[in-house]
Design a protein around this ligand. Structure first.
Ligand SMILES: *Cc1c(COP(=O)(O)O)cnc(C)c1O
Length: 387
């Protein structure tokens, strides 16, 4: 057996759409419209329909979606510089960077070790009068939302900015579990990323903000366009963070396939969960259905300090893996000054779960290019490794 199981092959991810992508690119080239216009409007409309959220603004990337939303709340007087925003400590650093960039304070909390997401209990521990907002991150594609979480949010009148970068198409049960809503439409604002590796990826950078709030939508749109509400009339000191029509056109090809793409990931994840029986490996919680987890990553845990050796043994057998993320944001060099400046600062309490997870997690191949048969074979390879 000398198969190579690639972790991610982006050309393979886009191969099924090749002809349509080329056609869409040609359409943009011939249109002569390279900023804004029909392609962006059309994509925003499709995404708004899909999410069931009335306002969608296409922006340059996921980090900018988060930054623009927080900055818009400051412009609208709903947040003030120095206000605290609760965020899970094990997220991708972009979540935290957006909070810092807006002059707000990230309050990092440990995730639930089983779901690896922010829990109601976690949010509760971080609540103080300075906390004005919360950023649930639907990490690895699993929706971080529950009635308990919502109850705390309502009780403390927190603004909710969802980091939905990894969870396009995922749904949460809401309103007493009688209906479901899409991730990105659960809170006051939802921020999406179309980075090429995401479940629906552009062929470059792109992102979006989704909201039910018209005022927020208008402010985000203005901020993303130099702060102008109309041409050459700048009401904010804004940015240039627009979505390119080229990316919008390419994404319009892929967006209608979100459900199939997610269903394929689900099939691979179920295959892993059914077939991995190595006692040294903790497989991720299997959600009840296809609904609340879109498996952006399939993340197992290898405990007892054996993770790195495990990855080496997999690689020797042709299985590429990755780690999301090896160094948590609070241990990154850029945050050390902030951390050490005030050691009893509530912003960065001890984060033992975050740090333990960072040392145990391993992402297995799950994107297009990995078949269900591959997932079964990789599972068998894992079962043969002595831990
Ligand atoms: C990818 C990602 C982002 C940032 O999106 P970009 O488009 O890469 O800027 C933010 N948060 C999370 C959780 C992500 O996975």
């Amino acid at each position: 057996m000398n198969n190579i199981y690639r972790f991610l092959d982006l050309a393979k991810v886009n191969e099924p759409y090749l002809d349509q992508l080329v056609e869409a690119a040609g359409r943009v080239v011939r249109s002569g419209r390279y900023i804004g216009g029909y392609e962006v409007d059309n994509f925003e409309h499709s995404l708004s329909q899909m999410l069931g959220v009335p306002y969608v603004i296409g922006v340059s990337n996921g980090l900018d979606a988060l930054r623009l939303t927080l900055r818009a709340w400051i412009e609208l007087g709903r947040l003030s510089k120095g206000d605290e925003v609760v965020v899970p400590g094990n997220t991708y650093i972009a979540s935290i960077l957006a909070i810092s960039d807006a002059g707000l304070k990230p309050v990092l909390v440990d995730p639930d070790p089983v779901t690896m997401n922010l829990s109601a209990a976690g949010l509760e521990t971080a609540i103080s009068p300075r906390v004005r907002a919360v950023m649930p991150v639907h990490l690895y594609g699993r929706v971080a939302w529950s009635e308990e979480l919502r109850e705390i949010i309502v009780r403390h009148s927190l603004l909710v900015i969802e980091d939905s970068a990894q969870a396009i198409g995922a749904k949460a049960l809401c309103d007493g579990l009688y209906s479901s809503r899409m991730a990105g439409g659960l809170g006051d604002a939802g921020c999406l990323s179309f980075y090429p590796t995401k479940n629906i990826g552009a062929l470059g950078d792109a992102g979006a903000v989704a909201t039910h709030d018209k005022k927020l939508a208008e402010t985000v749109r203005a901020l993303a366009n130099y702060g102008a509400d109309y041409r050459y009339h700048n009401i904010y000191k804004g940015f240039n963070c627009r979505m390119d029509p080229m990316q919008a056109a390419l994404l319009s090809v892929k967006l209608p396939h979100t459900l199939e793409e997610n269903a394929d990931r689900f099939a691979r994840a179920v295959t892993y969960n059914r077939n991995i029986h190595n006692p040294g490996v903790i497989t991720p919680l299997q959600s009840a259905g296809i609904v609340d987890h879109v498996w952006h990553q399939y993340v197992i845990r290898v405990t007892g300090g054996k993770r790195d050796r495990f990855r080496e043994q997999l690689l020797e057998r042709g299985v590429e893996t990755d780690i999301h993320y090896a160094t948590p944001p609070h241990l990154q060099p850029c945050y050390q000054e902030e951390f050490f400046a005030d050691s009893n600062n509530s912003q960065f309490g001890p984060l033992p779960v975050t740090e333990r997870l960072a040392s145990e997690i391993v992402s297995l191949p799950i994107a297009t290019g990995t078949t269900v048969a591959d997932a079964a074979e990789i599972s068998e390879i894992i079962n043969l490794i002595k831990l």
